[in-house]
Write a protein that binds this ligand. Structure first.
Ligand SMILES: NC(=O)c1ccc[n+]([C@@H]2O[C@H](COP(=O)([O-])OP(=O)(O)OC[C@H]3O[C@@H](n4cnc5c(N)ncnc54)[C@H](OP(=O)(O)O)[C@@H]3O)[C@@H](O)[C@H]2O)c1
Length: 334
């Protein structure tokens, strides 16, 4: 196919609310030596996109200034060093930015094939949450079969993937969510227990659900507001993994003694600033350990809503309403 010189995009001309997202045009990117150029069929919407739109999460140096961290589509050009993919292959990719566009370049190392039987919509819903959950719950959090895990934001894009993967790998998952409807969704996804944090204290509830023992891992996106209760929820040798601070990042006045006496680990990470090699190492584990589960239908993305690219503002407004369960997606082309 002929690759055009320019493409349709959606961009935030300046920081602000969802309404700053406007259609525009930009030059089609070229694939660097280690990259594939993807004709984007679908792009995923993620909470970090909202943070970038408001100006709170600027792209790292060298990354596309455009919003959009995951895409699925067709490879239309390959860099000189690319070995795995050929033109015409259907792929999904964790991008370094630039997903809200008709074409997006992504490192080969961050690109994976569509699982068996998948279309662009379902494939495009995978990269951001599967890379993040694998890196944090399994690599940093060292979750193993037979362990117990508490997943906050159980119906977020991240939470839905975390519950499913925890269960698929033999762990017992518990989750928190902000309504009874969302609690029911967590249970349907395989959680052994789910807590409506608006009507119940998750610190007390998780102790009751685990016969006072606590959990081995907590995956948290709330931060300061949950910190003392997260520490209390952990069993001996427990691990707290922080991936966002929706409830604040600063906390003082806490007794740190349990971290020492119960041998706890407190860690966290962000995905976007990692190197291509680091993201590639996560992709390699996903390819060998998780893609077979997707191929077999043992876990699957949950798609809440789909909007055309030009309606990205409505997609962001929906995400900020926090009424969704699972993923919000943008369709770009057939
Ligand atoms: N560190 C990383 O590498 C990384 C990568 C990707 C995403 N993230 C972070 O992970 C989080 C989830 O991302 P996502 O794309 O899956 O977002 P999402 O689908 O929009 O989910 C966020 C959920 O968090 C809950 N929430 C919002 N404010 C809250 C608060 N103050 N207290 C408790 N819960 C709150 C909401 O559900 P309720 O109705 O249940 O409150 C909401 O649905 C985001 O914070 C994102 O920035 C981190």
């Amino acid at each position: 196919m002929t690759i055009p010189a320019t493409m349709r995009i959606v961009e935030a001309a300046h920081p602000g609310g969802p309404e700053v997202l406007r259609p525009g045009t930009a030059p089609v990117p070229t694939a660097k030596a280690d990259e594939v150029l993807i004709r984007v069929q679908v792009a995923g919407v993620n909470r970090p996109d909202v943070a970038q739109r408001t100006g709170a999460y600027p792209p790292p140096p060298g990354a596309s200034p455009l919003i959009g961290l995951e895409v699925a589509g067709e490879v239309v050009a390959i860099g000189a060093a690319v070995r795995t993919y050929n033109i015409g292959d259907r792929v999904c990719a964790l991008t370094n930015g630039g997903g809200y566009a008709e074409y997006c370049a992504a490192p080969e190392a961050q690109t994976l094939p569509w699982p068996k039987g998948y279309d662009a919509l379902r494939a495009g819903a995978l990269p951001e949450t599967f890379f993040t959950v694998w890196a944090n719950l399994f690599m940093s959090g060292r979750l193993t079969a037979g362990e117990r895990v508490l997943i906050h934001g159980g119906t977020s894009g991240i939470g839905v993937t975390a519950i499913q993967l925890a269960v698929a790998f033999g762990a017992t998952a518990y989750a928190t969510a902000g309504s009874d409807h969302k609690v029911a969704a967590c249970l349907k996804l395989g959680a052994a227990g789910a807590i409506n944090y608006r009507s119940q204290d998750f610190g007390d509830e998780i102790k009751a659900l685990t016969d006072g023992r606590g959990v081995d891992v907590v995956l948290d996106m709330v931060g300061a507001a949950y910190f003392p209760r997260n520490i209390r929820a952990l069993a001996i040798d427990g691990r707290l993994v922080l991936i966002a601070f929706l409830g604040g990042a600063k906390f003082d006045g806490m007794d740190l003694t349990p971290i020492m006496t119960r041998r706890l680990t407190v860690t966290g990470s962000t995905m976007r600033p990692r190197t291509t090699a680091q993201k590639g190492a996560i992709a390699a584990e996903l390819s060998s350990k998780v893609w077979p589960l997707l191929d077999q239908g043992r876990c699957a993305p949950v798609i809440h809503a789909t909007f055309p690219l030009a309606e990205a503002a409505q997609a962001h407004a929906l995400m900020e309403s926090s009424t969704h369960i699972g993923k919000i997606m943008l369709t770009v082309a057939d």
